[in-house]
Design a protein around this ligand. Structure first.
Ligand code: NAP
Length: 678
């Protein structure tokens, strides 16, 4: 049997002791052994700090994102062998898709966010500029920079691929090297994926290391710029929380722990509504995907008392067509749990639940299996319980398997109170077609949840379901769920970075952030900036336009031409009565259009297109015969890696003859990297 290896300090390490056996969930045969005896975890941390960290910090957000995208493509090409090995964890093809394709999809998505929503730089700006002094020469700006530390990622056994990748990608794009520690039970699949990553050479050395086996001593080596992202049981989370380096050493700890997620059926839903079927289907899906070994699965099925019998019957009917057995058999809907030990844990949890709930469907001690042996595999058929009046255990005990408990409620307030008894969950769902129920229940549930799915017939055809964390939405929950937060697009990347409030002059902030700051110097040269390629443009390059008088004819022409005959532009008497105008004023869009006419350099050249404006504000009305002029300044340059052009953000200020700004906005253009040859 092969011993799993760790990838540590630039080489593969194999422990020389016997290690612990890891068994096939279906057959009980040994798949591999695992041990980290003799592994120098201190050297791993040092390698990440001295080799991986500097290599990553040399790259921009865009360059790191491009590597993650390349990695996603590379791993997708190896999908088949991951699927094959995944079967040994008890996963059906459907389960493996959630883990494997879900993991690769997360890489693509996080990479895309890093490219589209972050700058081609290593510093990220948070929020707008704060003017701190009257003259505008002392300003404040929040920025994020990369922590020169290590991101340790400790994962649960249920998602050996997704669990690793959803943590790795944000840390990587943030510029922080990772040490990945998968749960032992399914570490053979993580090891195979890491092996393919390392072989590919796509990620710079030191940016990803793998610890197979016990993490003993790892936290001892961490210091103030390091972080630990943990997914697993509340018990282990408690051990990590009390580590001295977390308590006193400044090591950041993020926790995704167990969670008693609920799904609430709205009081408006009858058994004839499509929402009834959606609800039942959702509960059964969450009970059976990954054999219920999902941190997001529906453990508490909260339904109106009046309809509870019908719900129980409908869930039972659906469960009765769920085939359980060998996950490699295509006729099987639900495979095995990850290990016999895990199955025994779930049986214990069911026994605890029975103190206040009755089993209404299934039997934890027997099951009809397809193509598998109950005596050797980690099988457990789905079990549905129904809570008795005042039940405590369903709000307290997490059966980490194909188990859910139906709990009934009389009023919406009671449903909200029941949901809150989970003490904080990753995800809750509400199935209703009544907008006022949707608002009341959702606002009641939201403080207790990291994510809420509101499902009705309109959303259902496109819904990704209750249990799927999505890379663009946050994953994590308050209280019992651990209080951590991951993913959520760029948010997940920023967790690895330090937010700092910068104070200084606009010129200093421009130099530090790489983005032109209001109040900083503007450079007006003979060459119009529209004649410059992306390579030639500099932050601060400015056009000071000539001025133009806005006549009544201009305004009337624009009104007639566009059909925008709003009274403020066409009816002097009516416009005079409006205190904001005091007479006819120019359309805001006319001002912006005239401004373009003032700053543009019309000849074919490096400026390829205008693709929009951001932050447009009309500040002062432009009256008949007012003179306007424009200052247009290069604010930010963002070359695209995979194109021969990039984006240029220009700061635009349109002013009147008194120098008052009448409109401000950012103009967005695409500009060729090199001068085009016409
Ligand atoms: P676990 O026993 O707590 O193990 C989780 C991870 O912690 C494993 O990698 C484990 O390694 C490691 N570990 C254990 N003791 C440790 C220690 N003293 N120091 C450092 N690392 C240590 O949890 P599990 O049984 O794998 O996972 C099931 C639980 O995870 C369930 O409660 C479930 O709700 C929760 N979960 C939560 C989420 C979420 O996103 N919130 C996702 C999935 C699962 P070894 O395997 O080598 O012991």
């Amino acid at each position: 049997m092969s011993m799993l290896e760790s990838y540590a300090a630039g080489r593969w390490f194999r422990a020389t002791d016997e290690g612990a056996p890891l068994r096939d969930a279906t057959t009980g045969e040994e798949v591999a052994r695992i041990s980290s005896t003799g592994l120098d975890v201190g050297a791993m941390v040092e390698h990440a700090r001295s080799v991986g960290g500097p290599a990553l910090r040399d790259l921009t957000f865009h360059e790191r994102s491009a590597l993650i995208k390349e990695l996603a493509k590379h791993l997708t090409a190896h999908k088949d062998e991951f699927y094959e090995l995944s079967t040994r964890t008890g996963a059906t093809r459907r389960d493996s898709a959630v883990d494997i394709d879900g993991g690769f999809g997360t890489l693509f998505s996080v990479a895309s966010k890093g490219t589209r929503e972050m700058p081609a730089d290593t510093v990220y700006l948070d929020g707008g500029l704060e003017q701190l002094g009257r003259a505008g020469q002392f300003v404040g700006q929040h920025v994020y920079t990369t922590r020169p530390g290590v991101a340790v990622q400790i994962n649960a056994f249920n998602f050996p691929v997704w669990g690793m990748l959803e943590k790795l990608a944000p840390a990587f794009i943030a510029g922080v090297p990772s040490i990945v520690k998968p749960a032992s039970q399914t570490a053979y699949l993580t090891e195979l994926v890491v092996r393919r990553i390392i072989e590919s050479g796509i990620l710079p050395e030191g940016t990803l290391q793998l610890l197979s086996g016990s993490a003993s001593g790892l936290l001892d080596a961490l210091t103030v710029q390091d972080s630990v992202a943990f997914t697993g049981s509340a018990h282990t989370a408690g051990i990590l929380r009390s580590h001295q380096n977390v308590l006193h050493g400044g090591v950041q700890l993020g926790v995704e722990a167990d969670s008693l997620n609920c799904s609430v059926l709205g009081p408006d839903v009858t058994a004839d509504d499509p929402e009834f079927d959606l609800f039942v289907k959702g509960v059964v899906t969450e009970m059976t995907v990954k054999a219920g070994q999902k941190c997001t699965a529906i453990r508490r099925t909260i339904v109106p008392a009046a309809i509870a019998d019908e719900v129980v019957e409908a869930i039972g009917a659906r469960l009765s067509s769920t085939t359980v057995g060998n996950p490699a058999n295509p006729d099987v809907r639900m495979g095995a749990l990850a290990s016999v030990d895990q199955r025994d844990e779930v049986r214990k949890a069911i026994a605890s639940l029975q103190a206040s709930s009755d089993i209404v469907w299934g039997n934890p001690d027997s099951a009809e299996l397809v193509d598998a042996d109950f005596a050797v595999g980690a099988f457990l058929a789905p079990v549905l319980l129904r809570a008795r009046e005042g039940a405590v255990e369903p709000h307290d005990v997490e059966p980490f398997g194909p188990v859910s408990t139906v709990i009934s409620y009389e009023t919406v307030d009671e449903a909200i109170a029941l949901a809150a008894r989970g003490k904080g969950s990753l995800v809750g769902s509400l199935v209703t077609h009544d907008p006022s129920v949707a608002r009341d229940v959702t606002l009641g549930l939201a403080p207790w949840h990291g994510r809420i799915l509101v499902l009705d017939r309109a959303a259902a055809p496109e819904s990704t379901g209750h249990g799927s964390p999505l890379p663009m939405l946050v994953h994590g929950g308050p209280g019992r769920a651990g209080g951590g937060e991951e993913l959520g697009g760029v948010r997940g990347i920023l967790h690895h970075m330090q937010r700092t409030a910068l104070q200084g002059s606009p010129d200093m902030l421009t130099a530090i952030t790489g983005r032109w700051t209001k109040g900083a110097q503007r450079r007006v040269e003979e060459v119009h900036p529209f004649r410059k390629s992306l390579a030639e443009l500099r932050i601060g390059d400015t056009v000071q336009s000539a001025s133009r008088r806005v006549t009544l004819e201009d305004i009337e022409h624009f009104a007639e031409f566009t059909g925008d005959t709003f009274y403020a532009h066409t009816d002097e008497a009516a416009a005079q009565k409006n205190e904001l105008f005091g007479g006819i004023v120019a359309h805001g869009y006319l001002v912006v259009s005239l401004a373009a006419g003032l700053f543009v350099q019309p000849d074919p050249g490096p400026v390829l297109a205008n693709f929009g404006v951001d932050n447009l504000r009309f500040l002062t009305p432009v009256k008949v015969d007012d003179e306007i002029s424009v200052l247009l300044t290069v604010k930010q340059l963002s070359p695209r890696r995979s194109a021969d052009y990039g984006e240029v953000r220009w700061d635009a200020v349109v002013s009147n003859a008194d120098g008052e700004p009448v409109a401000t906005y950012d103009v967005l253009t695409l500009v060729a990297k090199e001068q085009p040859q016409y």
